[in-house]
Design a protein around this ligand. Structure first.
Ligand SMILES: C[S@@+](CC[C@H](N)C(=O)[O-])C[C@H]1O[C@@H](n2cnc3c(N)ncnc32)[C@H](O)[C@@H]1O
Length: 283
């Protein structure tokens, strides 16, 4: 059952958090001239119009990208992300790039893009955008299966974004098991997992299980926004093999992310870098 449609959530504070982290990780990887693979297994539709019925119904972009608009005001660490958001919008904010559009704008000609999406309507939009693009390989597979089947990419260098809709409770556990299996096959890959912060704390066992189950450094970034206490109150990102710049850059950007709280108060960000097991406890 796939009832989640990202058109209702595009440009939310969670998208801003997720896409900022993605672009910061990418900027560091991009410093080396070797080719890389940029894999997005829950790709969505690619890009989104913000004046649609779906986007206006939830108004999530008002509490996300709109709060940090315009991109010219963003810190230099977010220059790539800013450029991509600007490229979607001539003057006023009307559209928002999803992760495929962001990754496509970041990729160099030597890099390869792998986008996977199971929902037929979202997949149709991805096909319209990228089917003729020789740099992009499109799949319409169940991401739980694709996660293990498609890694490691031939390049061995690169990142994989895992951004499920968590429609079913079991997805947390399924994703944890999939990441642990896939990581054994691609130990040098940078795995980036997004998760929602909900009153149930449904994410906690998954995040703890992955952090405990891998033998690499991990980084966790969580943002909490002021809410009425019901529904999603924050966004989390778990990164395996974080790039060297990630923790320090996220710290520098704390005041920028705080703006995502809006008039009700600042968004609060917590970041945690966990050492690889061999060195855990050594400080
Ligand atoms: C949160 S949205 C992705 C948003 C996108 N990554 C972005 O940042 O623009 C999650 C997407 O995953 C898709 N999806 C959900 N379960 C899936 C599965 N098992 N396999 C592949 N795609 C799935 C949904 O249809 C939805 O489009």
């Amino acid at each position: 059952m796939l009832s989640y449609v990202h058109d209702f959530h595009a440009g939310s504070f969670a998208d801003v958090h997720k896409h900022a982290v993605l672009s910061i990780v990418h900027a560091y990887l991009n410093r080396k001239p070797k080719p890389m693979a940029l894999v997005d297994l829950y790709a969505g539709s690619g890009r989104y119009q913000l004046n649609t019925y779906a986007a206006q119904k939830t108004g999530e972009s008002h509490r996300g990208i709109e709060r940090v608009w315009p991109p010219e005001s963003w810190p230099s660490e977010l220059a790539d992300y800013a450029r991509c958001v600007r490229a979607e919008n001539a003057d006023q904010l009307k559209a928002y790039p999803g992760s495929p559009a962001l990754l496509k704008s970041l990729a160099r000609p030597i890099d390869r893009l792998i986008f996977n999406e199971l929902h037929p309507k979202a997949q149709e939009k991805l096909v319209a955008l990228y089917d003729r693009d020789r740099q992009v390989k499109l799949y319409s597979r169940d991401a739980h299966e694709a996660l293990v089947a498609l890694v490691p990419p031939t390049e061995k260098r690169g990142l994989i974004l895992l951004d499920p809709s968590y429609e079913q409770k079991e997805e947390y556990n399924q994703l944890m098991e999939g990441v642990l299996k896939a990581f054994k096959r691609w130990r040098t890959g940078i795995f980036i997992v997004w998760y929602p912060l909900l009153p149930s704390n449904a994410h906690r066992a998954m995040v703890d299980g992955i952090v405990r189950g891998v033998d690499c450094e991990t980084f966790v970034s969580e943002i909490r926004v002021p809410t009425d206490g019901t529904g999603m109150h924050g966004s989390g990102m778990l990164v395996l093999n974080p790039t060297w710049n990630l923790a320090s850059t996220m710290k520098t950007l704390t005041p920028w992310f705080a703006q995502l709280g809006g008039e009700a108060g600042q968004a609060v960000m917590n970041n945690r870098l966990n050492a690889a097991p061999a060195t855990k406890g050594s400080d």
